[in-house]
Design a protein around this ligand. Structure first.
Ligand code: CA
Length: 440
């Protein structure tokens, strides 16, 4: 896989597995299944997007796959779609078990249908199994039956069999959370390409265009740069639609005098960016829009400054919240409350609506614990997260001042924790008012 810049864009899957091996004990194993392949409508299919765990471990991109991984001489066993000349006429060549061994470094590979026969044998000697229980009833039944067979064999041959099942969040997702250099490079590219798409949109948007035309501009940039596609359905929300946080209908016309909120990011080798920008459909922000924008931008920059080793998502949120709340008071809201009281009572949440951060990686809301034993996780170099404060004044909310109604503003960047200052991976998307108005 490569972009037109010619850089190698393949994640270092063998390094991922080495990192996971270092985390697992000799009697532990990880079992992951690919996600199901859904029909879109009738007999027409969605394009398959691999399960993030399967992909992170192996690079395998096709459905009907299971991966068994454990420390030892032959750590990686894959169960994959068998070759099928009739289906391959339609879907293209399948690697099959042979391809899994030759091209995906599997130590052993079987057809998926052989999992039921092979799993009891693989589970012997494993006492702690990492497996996402209760996600798929058929997989659960197969795994439980295999554990029962392995347990009967264990009584005869003295080998252990699974005594406990652990969520994938215990080991696999903690290793996925710590990004390697290969993954940081991919997230950096995803950020750069996605930011360029936002700049494209800022330059092209005109009153009278529709939200879907903006989506088309985004997707054109994503795909022409070698992206595997949007990391999530783009939100293109003109005017009051921005106050619907996960708006994705993207069908309305854009009107002069309104703002346009665009929340979109693309994947590079399935590693995604997540960017939001808000800018005027016309040439300039109105005074009210500008006032709100400056508050949200100042809040976002204060939060980004907190993304340093030893910092926390809570400290970043608190820094942004103080500025948002002070800003709401300057707009004439939250009157009669002191700043500490407006924060402590959560009164500001009426307009700020959501949290400001999540981890980022193969999943837009990426894996990794946010805290443990009541302690919030502290940032270390290599952590990647979003910072995305916003303020929203729905048109239907008649107790907010009239000039604010219909304004929804969110500003979101992707941040890498480094030894020094935070690295903004999405800096190619303009966000200073002067830079945005220069593009309009
Ligand atoms: Ca977002």
């Amino acid at each position: 896989m490569s972009t037109r810049l010619g850089r190698p864009m393949t994640p270092a899957f063998a390094e991922h597995r080495a990192r996971l091996l270092a985390r697992l004990g000799r009697d532990e194993a990880v079992l992951v299944f690919g996600g199901p392949h859904h029909l879109r409508n009738g007999d027409s299919e969605y394009r398959y997007r691999p399960d993030s765990d399967v992909y992170w471990l192996t690079g395998w991109e096709d459905p009907e796959v299971a991966v068994f991984f454990r420390p030892g001489a032959r750590p990686l066993t894959m169960f994959v779609q068998g070759r099928n000349p009739d289906r391959e006429v339609y879907d293209g060549e399948r690697p099959g078990p042979e391809g899994a061994r030759d091209r995906f470094d599997a130590d052993d590979a079987f057809e998926f249908s052989e999992l039921e026969r092979e799993l009891p044998r693989l589970l012997q000697g494993v006492s702690r199994l990492h497996y996402a229980v209760a996600r798929d009833a058929e997989h659960d039944a197969l795994v439980m039956a295999s554990i029962a067979i392995a347990a009967r064999a264990a009584r005869r041959n003295g080998l252990s069999s699974p005594e406990t099942i652990h969520s994938l969040s215990v080991a696999l997702h903690e290793v996925r959370f710590e990004k390697g250099e290969d993954e940081i490079a991919l997230l950096r590219t995803a950020g750069r390409v996605s930011g360029a798409a936002h700049a494209d949109v800022m330059a092209a948007t005109r009153s009278g265009m529709t939200e879907y035309e903006i989506e088309a501009i985004l997707v054109r940039r994503f795909l022409s740069e070698g992206s595997t596609g949007p990391g999530y359905v783009p939100i293109v929300a003109g005017g009051n639609n921005a106050c619907t946080l996960h708006y994705k209908r993207n069908r309305d016309p854009l009107r002069d005098g309104d703002l346009l909120l665009v929340d979109a990011g693309c994947e590079i080798a399935y590693y995604t960016a997540d960017i939001t920008r808000t800018f005027p459909v016309g040439r300039r922000f109105t005074p009210a829009q500008r006032a709100v924008y400056e508050i949200v931008l100042a809040a976002q920059e204060a939060a980004i400054a907190k993304v340093v080793p030893g910092g926390t998502i809570v400290a970043a949120y608190d820094a942004a919240t103080e500025i948002l709340t002070e800003g709401l008071r300057s707009l004439g809201l939250l009157q009669g409350l002191s700043l500490p009281a407006a924060i402590a009572s959560n009164a500001y949440r009426k307009w700020s609506l959501h949290d400001h951060s999540h981890w980022l990686g193969l999943d837009v809301h990426d894996v990794g614990a946010y805290g443990r034993d009541g302690e919030v996780r502290r940032f270390v170099p290599g952590v990647v997260l979003t910072i995305e404060p916003g303020l929203y004044f729905p048109a239907t909310n008649l107790d907010t001042p009239e000039q604010l109604r219909g304004i929804g503003i969110r500003i979101e960047d992707d941040i890498l924790v480094t030894d020094g200052a935070p690295e903004v991976l999405t800096a190619s998307a303009p966000k200073a008012i002067a830079d945005i108005e220069a593009l309009r």
